[in-house]
Design a protein around this ligand. Structure first.
Ligand SMILES: NC(=O)c1ccc[n+]([C@@H]2O[C@H](COP(=O)([O-])OP(=O)(O)OC[C@H]3O[C@@H](n4cnc5c(N)ncnc54)[C@H](OP(=O)(O)O)[C@@H]3O)[C@@H](O)[C@H]2O)c1
Length: 280
């Protein structure tokens, strides 16, 4: 059992859930105010002073369209910081946990992607996350690199960027039909389920390496949207549209199948069950 844990990005969607899941072990939660992870000069002394044996990095630049214009910022947070965080962990002999995305893959395989498939990102966000993966693998051996997809769960009161689920609930109040993309697919994943799986994986001392952790099952954006309104018993007009119709509104290309296959760890529950728990 780790004795001293730091969760970086502790006020984010996943970081917040990890703080809850690890509450009994009293982790330190650091967000931007405590440590800006792009400030390399600060990272090493601050971590070394704390002497953690487990560092979980949930910091990220997650604005997929914004990254097309803000490449340097995306690369600093997603690409470079994980590398020197991993290097300090190696020096301290601490385990390093880092998260990546299904958007490191090209998204043209309808069967989804296994952990050892070859990445080939389509957009700047995906390239910055892939850079982070490579930096982690280069700088430490004791790492868990966990790819996930279509994350939600922080709740609208977190003050953070709203997830797809909360945006849909907002749109439903506007009394206008909502457009749902019916030919783009992913694994909607509840951040609480992911956080619990991460802790279980570490405690089971699974071999270090790359893992895919998502709620089971595949949905289109349209399926996801419909399920939200079924669970909430809301009657909302929905218009199916294609990715192509949406393309003009997005600066970044999206993979058609952001589908991850978990072939290495216990499977998480189906996405519909997790969504029900979040919304009830
Ligand atoms: N969200 C998704 O759909 C999704 C999908 C696949 C993978 N992932 C990955 O899952 C992980 C967790 O994502 P999430 O959705 O929980 O992210 P999130 O809600 O955006 O949380 C990220 C946290 O990191 C903080 N942060 C950003 N830049 C920082 C910096 N330079 N120094 C210190 N803190 C900083 C953010 O603070 P500010 O709010 O002040 O920026 C925020 O509190 C990430 O690695 C992400 O790439 C997410």
């Amino acid at each position: 059992m780790p004795q001293k844990i730091i969760i970086l990005g502790s006020k984010g969607n996943l970081g917040g859930k990890l703080m809850e899941v690890y509450a009994d072990l009293r982790p330190a939660g650091w967000d931007r105010e405590e440590l800006d992870v792009t400030d390399e000069e600060q990272v090493k002394p601050k971590l070394k002073e704390f002497k953690p044996d487990l560092v979980i990095n949930c910091t990220a630049y997650n604005d997929v369209d914004g990254a097309e214009e803000d490449r340097a910022v995306a690369e600093a947070i997603n690409g470079l910081a994980p590398g020197y965080l991993a290097a300090v962990c190696a020096e301290m002999d601490a385990v390093f946990v880092h998260f990546s995305t299904g958007q490191v893959f090209a998204g043209d395989n309808s069967q989804g992607y296994n952990e050892d498939d070859v990445p080939s990102p389509l957009n700047t966000y995906g390239r910055s996350k892939l850079m982070g993966e490579m930096e982690v693998e280069k700088n430490t051996e004791k790492y868990y690199l966990i790819r996930t997809a279509w994350l939600y769960g922080a709740g609208p009161s977190s003050g953070k960027k709203k997830s797809f689920v909360d945006i849909m609930l907002d749109l439903a109040k506007k009394d206008r039909p909502i457009k749902g993309v019916d030919d783009e697919f992913g694994n909607p994943t509840y951040s609480l389920d992911l956080a619990q799986a991460v802790r279980a994986m570490i405690e089971e001392k699974k071999p270090f390496g790359v893992y895919h952790l998502v709620n089971e099952g595949v949905a289109s954006r349209l399926d996801w949207m419909k399920e939200i309104f079924i669970i909430k018993e809301m009657e909302v007009g929905i218009v199916p549209v294609s990715r192509e119709e949406f393309a003009g509104k997005r600066k970044a290309k999206r993979p058609q199948y952001e589908v991850l296959n978990n072939t290495k760890f216990i499977k998480l529950r189906p996405w519909t069950e997790a969504l029900k728990e979040y919304l009830k």
